[in-house]
Design a protein around this ligand. Structure first.
Ligand SMILES: NC(=O)C1=CN([C@@H]2O[C@H](COP(=O)(O)OP(=O)(O)OC[C@H]3O[C@@H](n4cnc5c(N)ncnc54)[C@H](OP(=O)(O)O)[C@@H]3O)[C@@H](O)[C@H]2O)[C@H](O)CC1
Ligand SMILES: [K+]
Length: 502
């Protein structure tokens, strides 16, 4: 699914009105109906509903929602912020319709004294400001937001929590943003919803389709995408009847050191469960028995060192290479990593300690092969590319890094963010907090490696791998919950995840 900036969404609205055609008031009615329908299905009908309406179309939505909730006899009071300016456009029509309906209590807020006290067992519907916010909230608007946040009531935001920008909140006043329990957003999630620091404002979010015109969406260019099941399913290649293990590639995994062999075991198992034909796991001598016993399906390549990776094996036989999990950062490992990069492997995944070694040797970045896949978590990315003030700034750094070194970067987390050298950005839609546990990243490396070896392009191996990894986590969580989830559960649910994509 494409993701757009708020400005672009306004453009898509305009195009929809022209192409469908539909009047703006009717588009507002359609959008508001979706909100009202969700509210009616999801809230306790005995509770008082406080609707807050701002001066623009977000406020217009709130007014229409109030009228629709009254059809179902819900107890609604509308508070319309009054900056002393006349309402304009569609909100005027919706105000008049509410007056005519005469079933909803209508109040205006024109000073701090007129801001209501809101009881805890109330529902607040926040239609103060939406995608048309043009500066941080202050004055009366900020006071209303603070009062709503203080109330402890259940807050449902229309389209976007009031005060939050759809993209960059680096310069925003964070004390002047609604902290919603639920955000009901129109047609597309906004970029800022995907950044962890905004979770306290956005709460749980739901996308409500409002029938924006497919041609308008198609015509509007964007670098931002949200991974969907349909998109990923379309990338999975069927396994042909006459294929054999040679058809599905031979992966080399360089992982594990004395005391950290679990990383090699997990990544090896995940690689095999991702459909690779053959896997060779390169391990130090002390890891030989461990890997043979734990992953009998894998072949082994044994390093001369007893404890760490110290020498690159002949890489010519392998279709893809993965390096990093559990490697440690000993001097001989650092030199061996450099030698591997100098050998210019054509398909490479780099994770964990291999990334940490790189960040301590930044002059090696130029050795990175084109389309190498780097899978840092935010801290590892910070070591690679420097600190960022927030996730939006980090995304800009990530894009620069991908473009400069022509590599794919996966910044792992909730909604893992993937950047490509051509400037495209993909946010993942699968996964859950249960996956924040040791070994989860090793599993991802194994999956991506397995797909790369099967001759998926670096881009596809990354997108499918990230999505599958999260999906396996979601399937595991439905069976055992998030608390008890461990990395091994991701591997044992990979099969079911693949089945869902067929
Ligand atoms: N496709 C869709 O998503 C649809 C969305 N709809 C809804 O429309 C809003 C966007 O509506 P818009 O009128 O563009 O914007 P807002 O309602 O967010 O607010 C604009 C007004 O607010 C004033 N403003 C902006 N920032 C501030 C501020 N910091 N302090 C005070 N006032 C502010 C602005 O006034 P200016 O004079 O400054 O321009 C405007 O008066 C979207 O979010 C959806 O809810 C449609 O209903 C259906 C299609
Ligand atoms: K809002």
């Amino acid at each position: 699914m494409k993701l757009f900036t708020c400005k672009q969404i306004a453009g898509i609205d305009q195009l929809t009105m022209k192409l469908e055609p539909v009047l703006s008031i009717d588009l507002m009615e359609r959008a508001s109906f979706q909100i009202a329908d969700w509210v009616i299905k999801n809230i306790n009908h005995d509770w008082q509903i406080y609707l807050f309406a701002g001066p623009g179309n977000n406020g217009g939505d709130a007014l229409a929602v109030a009228r629709m909730l009254a059809w179902s006899n819900l107890k609604c009071t509308v508070y319309r912020i009054d900056f002393g300016r006349e309402l304009k456009g569609d909100p005027v029509i919706n105000w008049q319709r509410l007056e005519e309906q005469n079933q909803v209590i209508l109040r205006k807020i024109d000073s701090e004294d007129s801001i209501p006290e809101i009881p805890v067992d109330a529902i607040v519907i926040d239609g103060l400001f939406g995608s048309g916010l043009n500066k941080p909230l202050d004055g009366l608007a900020k006071e209303i937001v603070k009062q709503i946040n203080r109330s402890g009531a259940t807050i449902i935001s229309i389209d976007i929590p009031s005060g939050l920008f759809g993209e960059d909140n680096s310069k925003n006043d964070l004390s002047a943003i609604i902290k919603a329990d639920h955000t009901l957003t129109f047609q597309f999630p906004k970029l800022s919803f995907l950044f962890p620091e905004n979770c306290e404002f956005v709460g749980d979010w739901t996308v409500l389709p409002i029938g924006l015109h497919p041609n308008a969406i198609e015509q509007t260019e964007t670098p931002y995408h949200f991974l969907t099941k349909k998109f990923i399913s379309g990338k999975i290649k069927p396994r042909e009847k006459f294929s054999h293990k040679g058809t599905f590639g031979h992966a080399l995994l360089i992982a594990g050191s004395y005391g950290k062999m679990g990383a090699s075991v997990l990544a090896s198992q995940a690689c095999l469960r991702s459909g690779v034909g053959l896997l060779t796991s390169h391990v130090p001598q002390s890891g030989y028995e461990i890997i043979q016993n734990s992953v009998p399906e894998a072949m082994t390549s044994i390093d001369p060192s007893e404890t760490v990776f110290s020498e690159v094996p002949d890489i010519s036989r392998y279709s893809a290479i993965g390096i990093g999990p559990g490697l440690d950062k000993k001097q001989e490992t650092q030199q061996a990593l450099k030698a591997l990069l100098q050998a210019k492997p054509s398909k490479l995944v780099i994770d964990a300690d291999a990334l940490n070694i790189l960040s301590e040797n930044q002059d090696w970045y130029d050795l990175l092969p084109e389309n190498a896949i780097l899978t840092p978590h935010p801290k590892e990315f910070e070591r690679l590319a420097g600190a960022s003030f927030n996730s939006f700034e980090r995304l800009q750094k990530q894009l620069q890094f991908s473009a400069k070194y022509k590599v794919i970067v996966v910044c792992k987390g909730a909604h893992s963010c993937i950047t490509l050298p051509d400037g495209k950005v993909f946010f993942n839609s699968t996964g859950n907090p249960g996956m924040a546990t040791g070994g989860s990243g090793d599993v991802l490396t194994g999956i991506i490696l397995g797909l790369l070896a099967q001759n998926y392009s670096a881009e596809d191996a990354t997108l499918i791998g990230v999505y599958l990894h999260g999906m396996a986590g979601d399937l595991a969580a439905t069976e055992i919950g998030e608390y008890s989830l461990i990395a091994g559960d991701l591997i044992s649910h990979l099969g079911k995840a693949f089945l869902q994509l067929e």
